[in-house]
Design a protein around this ligand. Structure first.
Ligand code: ATP
Ligand code: MG
Length: 414
């Protein structure tokens, strides 16, 4: 027996309707916000993520699925959605089109993590990426897109925002943070000791209790913002206030990826225990340049769909049930068997979903099966029906029977 790889999941036929509901809702909300889908490959050159995600991040340091292909290229399975979209933006010369460019994706994401509830090695994200505008109102729109989707799905979430500033204010802040932590370097975890040298800000994102305690009263980046970043942050908040979206400022959100500038945000919930972040995002004005393009500002988010579904389950959010099949045609005897097969196909071609017996079952067992697949109507064909051409269509909700001619089934209004 070969088992499923650790940290991955099957979506079974009995539960795929839940995924369809979440994905279709995401597509609908994207349409309302005038966002178009972009599809990029599941794997990219490893170099893209080294440059685009950053080599001081957990993702790049510990979590990537990297391998050499038969052509001796280093390939990595997408560990997040943004870098691939940024590459596609540059490669397809999308600078020239109408700006801002508003795109969304639904994609599998691969991270070599320790599997737990809500933490998988293959998970799925709905994400959006807007390019070409550095105006704070578009950051607010990104946040609103996530909020609208989460609330449409029946979830209650809390919005936390922060500004990570730009190169200039961040340099000042990193200096202050290093001074603050200078006496405690040896009590930090190994990774954070490295971060202290390479990218001290990332220490704020450490999940180790010891490091979390050390940074409890750390200086706040919001106190170090330059005039431009500070105005941008105020403008973002004004936009959120205009639409009445409540938020909290959390000066310690720094997000897991290196490319963020200015706005960062997270939607959290306490219904999922430790894995409480369902959506995170922010602005990445330096990204396109960092991977070799002309400087273009960008902003977006990634939303973990497994976590969204877990959360919906935890709060009993309503999910419209699977429709079931419209017509089941039971048959007994050879002539009826061929007639049922023919009719089922003819109905399908007309756009009516239909099913018939493929197991050589008794009438009784076929009716049971029709019940199981939630057939709305059942037609039973035996020798008698074939001979006389008179049949009954039974509506299953109330048992009402309609008598019609066999050759008129296709005109029946199911
Ligand atoms: P975390 O702090 O939980 O590790 P992250 O900062 O690594 O999250 P992002 O890179 O921002 O997460 O990914 C966006 C979203 O994708 C997260 O908010 C979460 O909902 C989801 N996500 C991230 N990693 C996983 C995973 N291993 N399994 C399931 N969902 C995940
Ligand atoms: Mg992570």
């Amino acid at each position: 027996m070969i088992n499923i790889p650790k940290g991955t999941k099957d979506v079974l036929p009995s539960e795929s309707y839940k995924w369809h509901y979440v994905e279709n809702t995401a597509r609908k909300i994207a349409e309302l916000f005038n966002i178009k889908e972009i599809r990029t490959p599941t794997f990219e050159h490893t170099e893209l993520f080294l440059r685009g995600v950053g080599d001081t991040t957990d993702i790049v340091n510990k979590e990537m699925y990297t391998f050499e292909d038969k052509g001796k290229r280093s390939i990595t399975l997408k560990p997040e959605g943004t870098a691939g979209v940024a590459r596609a933006f540059i490669e397809n010369g999308l600078y020239g089109g109408a700006m801002p460019l508003k795109t969304y994706y639904i994609t599998p994401v691969f991270r070599y993590e320790r599997p737990q509830a809500g933490r998988l090695r293959e998970h799925h994200q709905f994400g959006i990426e807007f390019y070409g505008s550095d105006s704070a109102d578009i950051d607010a729109e990104v946040i609103l897109t996530a909020y609208t989707l989460l609330t449409t799905l029946g979830l209650q979430v809390e919005l936390n925002i922060n500004s990570m500033g730009c190169k200039h204010c961040r340099a000042e802040y990193n200096k202050a943070l290093k001074e603050f932590l200078a006496d405690n370097i040896s009590s930090m975890c190994d990774t954070c000791q490295e971060r202290y040298v390479k990218n001290p800000l990332r220490i704020l994102d450490c999940k180790e209790e010891g490091c979390k305690n050390l940074t409890k009263n750390a200086p706040k980046i919001t106190d170090y913002l330059c005039d431009d970043c500070s105005a941008h942050f105020t403008n973002l908040q004004n936009c959120l206030k205009v639409v009445g979206l409540n938020y909290k400022i959390n000066p310690y959100i720094v997000r897991g990826l290196d490319y963020y500038t200015k706005t960062v945000f997270e939607f959290t919930t306490n219904a999922l225990g430790a894995q409480g972040t369902v959506c995170g995002g922010g602005r990445y004005d330096g990204l396109i340049e960092q991977i070799g393009g002309k400087s273009v500002p960008g902003v977006g988010f990634g939303m973990g769909l497994e976590r969204v579904l877990m959360l919906m389950e935890a709060v009993n959010a309503p999910i419209p049930e699977d429709n079931g099949v419209t017509v089941y045609i039971a048959s007994m005897g050879e002539k009826a068997y061929y007639k049922a097969f023919e009719l089922a196909y003819a109905l399908r071609i007309k756009g009516v979903s239909a099913e018939t017996d493929h197991m050589n079952r008794s009438f009784k067992a076929q009716f049971k099966y029709a019940d199981k697949i939630k057939a709305k109507y059942v037609i039973a064909l035996g020798d008698n029906e074939i001979e006389t051409g008179d049949i009954k269509i039974k509506r299953m909700v109330d048992g009402e029977e309609t008598h019609i001619k066999l050759n008129e089934v296709l005109n029946f209004n199911f």
